[in-house]
Design a binder for this molecule. Structure first.
Ligand SMILES: [Zn+2]
Length: 427
């Protein structure tokens, strides 16, 4: 019966046409959620003529030799040009207005220090911890690649700043004294200064395989080189591995989460293999670190199935910062779908908004990454909805968890009064 066949074909194609990639009601709902951005580098609001803001990262990428970036991170990508234009037209008068434009309520600000325009409750501080892990002469380490050459010197400078802030003039002679007089007081100072987490950028410097060395060996290495001299690479790794665990343990005791950069960029000599989140398993299986909450920043992109396997540890979370800027939305949606189905309470929204020069403002980055992440989340939840895996109500609940609820819970921001004056309740 040809006429019925024709009707059937027309019916099918009508359904296909009317099915938008993201369910429209869900899309509107996701757009309305005021987000908590797990990771970004907002810039200070400085008066004209002021010294430029150099504290947006402990290891700024412009310290590295020229590198190849994924296409969508380049300033000449059409999406960046559109984002720059959209943000410019809107003309935010201050950093908080830039957050409003991107639909972000709270931005965790990964910076060496905070300052004008970046104040709680909209901007919460995430300082850097790597310098505390690197008290000795890193000459042999830094000679490894053209990238690491400039980076170790920046860490040494930051450690001196931390010590200066504490009034400690030189490294104590013993490792235990170093921990007692520099490591713990710095973390306490950061906590007192409003920090909610500390960040490791270690993957720019070394592999993420933080082993569990004999503490006496670590003490020996430290005391031998604290006053001068250059430790061998294996010796220094022993000390770093020990200190990583001490820092993570102390951070947990103080209620600071530990953020760890894990993705395959950036730098021409960057070790993608060394940044594999699976390398963290030894540290994450340390039973003395279970009071510490770890967040895999950038989700380990593109090795997101390795991240998935780490969620089973119970104290591991991951955000999609940067991944939302690099990846095609449907690719990120596939990751979100697997993560959300298996560990819905561990997944965090994030942008990694950064300042990339005059054609890449952090405000445009926030807008671009937030829109991309919302779109990917919409695709993931729509797919689950249409496959009958979740209900519409559950889709909205998952959207809320990713965009704000999981972060509020993780950082203790959901408690009454913890984020005064910020509208974090969804409509
Ligand atoms: Zn970042």
């Amino acid at each position: 019966m040809p006429s019925r066949a024709i009707t059937l074909v027309i019916g099918l194609s009508l359904t296909a046409c009317s099915q938008r990639p993201v369910d429209p009601a869900l899309e509107r709902y996701i757009a309305s959620i005021k987000a908590v951005d797990d990771h970004a580098h907002p810039m200070l609001q400085l008066p004209p003529g002021a010294k430029p803001d150099t504290e947006y990262d402990a290891l700024p990428l412009d310290a590295l030799p020229p590198m190849t970036l994924p296409a969508r991170l380049r300033a000449d990508h059409p999406d960046w040009i559109a984002a720059q234009r959209a943000v410019k037209e809107r003309g935010a008068k201050n950093p908080a207005e830039a957050l409003d434009f991107a639909g972000i309520a709270i931005m965790l600000s990964n910076r060496v220090a905070m300052g004008p325009g970046l104040a709680p409750p909209r901007f919460l501080w995430v300082p850097f911890a790597d310098a505390l892990m690197l008290p000795l002469d890193g000459r042999l380490e830094s000679a490894r690649t053209p990238d690491t050459r400039s980076l170790y010197a920046l860490e040494t400078k930051l450690l001196h700043r931390y010590m200066n802030d504490l009034g400690v003039a030189k490294l104590p002679a013993s490792l235990d004294d170093y921990v007692k007089t520099v490591v713990t007081p710095t973390l306490e100072r950061q906590k007192k200064g409003g920090a909610v987490a500390v960040k490791f950028e270690a993957a720019y410097l070394r592999a993420l395989d933080f082993d569990d060395p004999d503490p006496n060996l670590a003490r020996l290495v430290y005391s031998r080189f604290a006053a001068g001299g250059t430790p061998g690479r294996a010796e220094y790794k022993t000390l770093q591995d020990y200190l990583f665990r001490v820092i993570a343990r102390e951070a947990g005791r103080l209620g600071l989460s530990v953020h760890i950069h894990s993705t395959d960029v950036a730098g021409s000599f960057y070790s993608a293999r060394g940044a594999d989140p699976a390398l963290l398993e030894s540290a994450l299986n340390d039973s003395t670190l279970r009071a510490t909450k770890f967040v895999i920043i950038h989700g380990g992109w593109p090795l997101t199935t390795h991240t998935l396997s780490l969620f089973a540890k119970g104290n591991v979370y991951a955000d999609i910062s940067m991944a939302g800027m690099i990846a095609e939305p449907r690719q990120l949606a596939s990751t979100l779908r697997v993560w959300l189905y298996e560990y819905p309470d561990r997944v965090l929204f994030g942008t990694d908004a950064f300042d990339g020069g005059k054609d890449q403002s952090w405000e445009a980055g926030a807008w671009l990454a937030a829109n991309s992440a919302r779109h990917a989340l919409g695709l993931a939840l729509t797919g689950m909805l249409r496959d009958g895996v979740i209900t519409h109500e559950r889709a909205e609940q998952l959207a809320r968890m990713v965009m704000q609820g999981n972060a509020l819970e993780l950082y203790g921001l959901g408690r009454a009064g913890a984020v005064r004056d910020v509208e974090v309740i969804v409509p």
